[in-house]
Design a protein. Structure first.
Length: 75
């Protein structure tokens, strides 16, 4: 997918899809920032918490949402 195709996909999203995408990116960014200084045991503990107690995202959720929103396979 080119940058222009990505921009077009985002611009043509429904309001609900854009909110989902924005929230997913926010949660992913914050998770990456949080894990930079953590060891694997701490990361696994954080990932196991219910979503209402944190702002992380699972790799499966990220992959599924990107497939749904952009028809992209993220590995």
């Amino acid at each position: 997918m080119t940058l222009n195709e990505f921009k077009n996909k985002v611009q043509n999203m429904s309001e609900q899809d854009f909110k989902t995408f924005s929230n997913l990116m926010y949660r992913t960014f914050n998770f990456i920032l949080a894990v930079e200084d953590m060891d694997m045991a701490e990361i696994n503990k954080l990932q196991a918490l219910p979503k209402e107690h944190n702002i992380n995202t699972s790799s499966m959720e990220l992959m599924n949402e990107f497939k749904r929103l952009f028809n992209l396979d993220i590995e």
